[in-house]
Design a binder for this molecule. Structure first.
Ligand SMILES: Nc1ncnc2c1ncn2[C@@H]1O[C@H](COP(=O)(O)OP(=O)(O)OP(=O)(O)O)[C@@H](O)[C@H]1O
Length: 635
């Protein structure tokens, strides 16, 4: 697949064809004495050790090194993805970096190709263009820009392919294409060739070089590039044990090692050789390499055999044409972001046919099962207690059914948002608003399917007011449960979410029925307060009032039953401890809890994406407790 789309060999590098993209000022990135430490409980681990270097605009840089040397860490720290634990000076164009500003002008393409599912390449690019280019750029111009980038990254043939059907190379190129849309001056890529075959890797790296030639600083970490791939890079930066073991051109690696009496065998790939030497396979030479380049301060090998004069000239021409100054804030307004994101979410929901049918099937199945279990008991005075059970079953169904899919799907969605949010596609407020608006109609629709079956099957009163009351309560409970799913899964992994969701639901279910049967006897204050926290309690009360609230006639006691204790609805409501309960009060509490749950979901999601100090402190304490527990466990 990859070979088919990319040809057997990468095309020669030419002038970058992104003529319609605004020119951005070049950004040279340098770092001095960069240190990065992670703390695991009391143990601090030094990962980057006073490392230095410079990545220039217009150049394609490769960060190489043995596994565990600190390549990804260096990339994460430079991209601003990891901030805590880093110290040293990072400068842009000779001035100390302002991280907030830098985040606006850099893009980070992570190793995993996290792409929005169920939309085609063309749609993904069009939506990203609407988000990233704003309304000042006309639709026609956006289309031209999209075409240019797709052509540059050789994605023309895959335009109408859905993202989950793309090959590994195409996925990677789409990830790059999406970030190229607003022409960021600095692009970081974590292992862009991992999982690609030789041809696909060559194509990808050649394209990155073209991107760099357009005046951008392109930095990528790599594992073991082939000799041909290695030679494409303008600048090679070797990391060994958290320090710089070489900095210079690809052609300079062999002479550099030769100077250190480490001759690279003629038939050997210099990239493999320098990595092997750095990993200590030929003895301990790392110290000598680090001192030879002064831990990245030495620039001597940077100019070694630069053959690319033509390309250099092209770059100068591109940047000489004048660059537009730019604020790099969000290009699109929050309302545009909301509309685009809502469109994307609705499109994905509608296209996820299997899931839609599964949801329909599940609600039909549950509706018939519960409907048959409590068949025709609504007017039966001998089965009033069972009818209470039916209301409780409805509340439980409205708790679990909307929540479980969120627990399963949202943690993955969070990973996707993380990438887009970090790369400043949109703000969290428009995203969250679009999420709520896109989910709500579906939840209401599916709840109605269920209710349309159970309500008549169980012979509940066919009065319009009572029907509307019953439906309103059930839908509100379903919406709160869905938000509760978001709250849980916004901070946890799938496994932990699926565990925590049902576990947290149990106390809510128990509190909902606590005190039932004890009539109007007052409950201890603490329990009363605890019960007030359960939205299921308000849901249950709302349903009982909807069905049995005054004015309702006595229920019918069947001929074969001698005595029906709960014939009088008022008496039954009193026994349930729900005398004087106001339906509107329950609705008010449910609405309040819905808003509160959505606000908590938003807060947690924000903390997940950019944690504040309090949240970071909680995380550190959590990690500390975890290490303590594991130490105790071991001993
Ligand atoms: N949060 C962390 N806690 C403890 N150790 C960490 C943490 N993050 C990274 N490390 C360690 O830091 C070292 C460098 O990790 P990093 O991922 O940067 O290496 P790498 O060079 O990218 O490796 P690879 O090529 O295998 O991906 C590794 O030994 C890793 O175990």
């Amino acid at each position: 697949m990859e070979a088919a789309t990319s040809g057997s060999a990468p095309a020669p590098l030419g002038r970058a064809h992104l003529s319609h993209l605004p020119q951005r000022p070049p950004v040279n990135l340098s770092f001095q004495d960069l240190t990065y430490t992670v703390k695991n409980g009391k143990v601090a681990k030094l990962i980057l050790r006073g490392i230095n270097g410079e990545f220039r605009s217009g150049q394609l840089t490769a960060i190489l090194g043995p596994s565990g040397a600190g390549k990804s860490t260096l990339l994460n720290v430079l991209a601003g993805y990891r901030v805590n634990g880093a110290s040293g000076i990072i400068s842009t164009n000779g001035e100390q970096r302002d991280l907030r500003q830098f985040r606006k002008l850099s893009r980070y393409i992570m190793q995993e190709d996290l792409l929005q599912p169920l939309i085609t390449v063309r749609e993904a690019m069009a939506m990203a263009a609407d988000l990233k280019l704003g309304s000042d750029v006309t639709a026609h111009r956006k289309a031209v820009i999209v075409e240019e980038i797709l052509h540059l990254l050789r994605l023309d043939k895959a335009k109408d392919t859905s993202s989950e059907r793309l090959s590994g190379g195409e996925r990677k190129r789409l990830s790059i294409a999406l970030e190229l849309l607003n022409n960021p001056p600095v692009i970081f890529l974590d292992e862009p060739t991992t999982g690609l075959d030789d041809v696909a890797s060559s194509t990808c790296v050649s394209l990155l070089k073209r991107v760099a030639r357009g005046g951008r600083t392109v930095v990528c970490s790599l594992h073991t590039p082939s000799a041909r791939l290695f030679s494409v890079f303008d600048h090679v930066y070797v990391v060994a044990d958290g320090r710089c073991a070489y900095q210079g051109t690809a052609a300079g690696v062999v002479p550099f090692l030769k100077e250190l009496q480490l001759p690279c065998p003629k038939t050997y790939n210099p990239a493999d050789f320098v990595i092997e030497v750095s990993s200590g396979e030929y003895g301990s030479h790392v110290e000598r390499m680090v001192s030879a380049v002064d831990n990245g301060k030495c620039q001597r090998w940077r100019e070694h055999q630069v053959e690319d004069q033509y390309e250099e000239m092209e770059l100068e021409q591109l940047n000489a044409g004048g660059v537009q100054d730019h604020t790099y804030s969000y290009e699109s307004t929050p309302s545009t972001q909301f509309v685009v994101l809502l469109k994307r979410m609705l499109l994905q929901s509608v296209r996820n046919r299997d899931y839609l049918w599964l949801r329909v099937g599940m609600h039909l199945f549950l509706g018939f099962i519960i409907g048959m279990l409590f068949c025709q008991i609504g007017y039966d005075a001998s089965k009033t207690i069972f009818n209470f059970g039916f209301c409780y079953a409805c509340i439980i169904a409205m708790l679990y059914v909307p929540m479980m899919p969120i627990l399963l799907a949202f943690p993955k969605e969070v990973q996707l948002i993380k990438r887009e949010y970090f790369n400043r596609w949109y703000g969290l407020k428009p995203y969250y608003a679009a999420l709520i608006v896109s989910r709500t109609p579906a939840t209401i629709f599916f709840s109605l399917i269920y209710l349309a079956i159970v309500y008549p099957l169980t012979s509940q009163p066919m009065e319009a007011t009572r029907i509307v009351m019953f439906i309103t309560v059930c839908i509100l409970v379903a919406l709160i449960s869905e938000s509760m799913g978001t709250v849980i899964s916004s901070s946890l992994s799938v496994v932990n979410s699926v565990f925590m969701g049902p576990v947290l639901s149990v106390p809510l279910m128990l509190l909902a029925v606590y005190g039932i049967g004890s009539g109007d006897h007052p409950l201890p204050l603490l329990w009363k307060m605890a019960r007030a926290c359960s939205f299921m309690r308000y849901g249950l009360e709302g349903l009982i009032v909807a069905i049995y609230g005054p004015p309702r006639d006595d229920l019918i006691c069947p001929d074969h039953v001698v005595y029906c204790e709960y014939k009088n609805p008022n008496y039954f409501v009193k026994l349930m401890g729900m005398t004087g309960v106001s339906f509107w009060m329950d609705i008010g509490m449910l609405l309040l809890m819905l808003v509160a749950m959505q606000a908590v979901g938003y807060y947690l999601l924000r903390q997940r994406l950019s944690p504040n100090y309090a949240f970071r402190a909680i995380k550190v304490i959590g990690r500390f407790v975890k290490t303590k527990i594991s130490v105790t466990h071991k001993s």
